[in-house]
Design a protein around this ligand. Structure first.
Ligand code: URA
Length: 228
C-alpha cells in the first residue's frame, strides 16, 4: 500500500517525521534513484527508498500468538524423529515468521507464546525479569499438607533448590506458580516430594491467562500489552 515517503521513513524508525521532511528538502532522500519531493508516495513492497545513501527497510509487523498447546506435540521448529510440532498447527504465513518463547514438554498442555519480537523474547527469558508461570497439576495421589508446604518453600532437584512458589488447591488439582523455568521443573518438583503428575497444564504466563474458551490445539493473535 502506498504511503507518504516521510511517513514510511519515520515508521521504519530512521527519523521522526519532521526530520524525514528535512532530509527530503535537503535532497538526501532518493526513491528508485530519483530525488524525493515532499508528499511523494512510495509502496514499501516495490519501491527502494534511500536516506543518506542507505536503503530503508520497512518496519516489521510484530506478531504475538497465544496457543493452547496439545499434549503430543514438541515445541520445536522440527523434530528429528518426525513428531508433530506446535508449528504444524500454524498456517504457513505465520509458521515462517514466529518462534516460540520458552517451552512446554511433549506431554504438557496449555499456554504457549510465539512471536517475532526479539525484544520481548529476551525480556521473558532474562532471569531479572521475574515473570510468573502458573500451572495446573493433576496428581495420582492426594497431596498432603506437608507435601504442599514442601513445594511452597523449595525442594531439592538435580539443578539445586527451587525458589519459593505459590501453591494452592482448586477443584481437586494443585495450582503452582513458579518464577523459574528449569527443564521439566514442575514434574521434577512434584516427583521430589513424592507426587506423580498425571496431567500438567500451563494456565498463565505473567499477565496473560489462558482463556477457558480457547480450545486445545487452537491459537489466537494477541498484543504485547496482554503479556507484559
Ligand atoms: N514444568 C514441567 O515439568 N514441564 C513443562 O512443560 C513446564 C514446566
Amino acid at each position: 500500500m502506498e504511503e507518504r515517503v516521510q511517513k514510511f521513513i519515520s515508521s521504519a524508525g530512521v527519523a521522526s517525521r519532521r526530520k524525514a521532511e528535512e532530509f527530503i528538502k535537503s535532497g538526501q532522500v532518493i526513491i528508485n534513484g530519483k530525488k524525493a519531493k515532499l508528499g511523494d508516495k512510495v509502496d514499501p513492497e516495490k519501491d527502494t527508498v534511500k536516506v543518506y545513501g542507505k536503503v530503508v527497510k520497512p518496519a516489521e509487523e510484530k506478531i504475538y500468538v497465544m496457543m493452547n498447546k496439545p499434549v503430543g506435540y514438541v515445541v520445536s521448529k522440527s523434530d528429528p524423529k518426525g513428531k508433530k510440532t506446535v508449528f504444524d498447527i500454524l498456517p504457513e504465513d505465520l509458521r515462517t515468521k514466529v518462534w516460540n518463547v520458552g517451552r512446554l514438554d511433549f506431554d504438557t498442555e496449555g499456554l504457549l507464546i510465539m512471536t517475532n519480537d526479539g525484544e520481548l523474547t529476551q525480556q521473558l527469558a532474562h532471569p531479572s525479569f521475574e515473570h510468573e508461570k502458573e500451572y495446573e497439576v493433576s496428581t495420582q495421589e492426594e497431596p498432603t499438607d506437608g507435601q504442599l508446604e514442601h513445594l511452597r518453600t523449595g525442594v531439592e532437584i538435580s539443578t539445586g533448590t527451587t525458589y519459593p512458589a505459590q501453591v494452592k488447591q482448586r477443584d481437586g488439582k494443585v495450582r503452582i506458580t513458579i518464577h523459574e523455568g528449569k527443564k521439566r521443573q514442575v514434574r521434577r518438583m512434584f516427583s521430589a516430594v513424592g507426587l506423580t503428575v498425571t496431567a500438567l497444564k500451563r494456565i498463565r504466563l505473567n499477565k496473560l491467562t489462558l482463556p477457558n474458551n480457547l480450545p486445545v490445539g487452537q491459537f489466537i493473535k494477541i498484543k504485547k500489552e496482554d503479556i507484559i
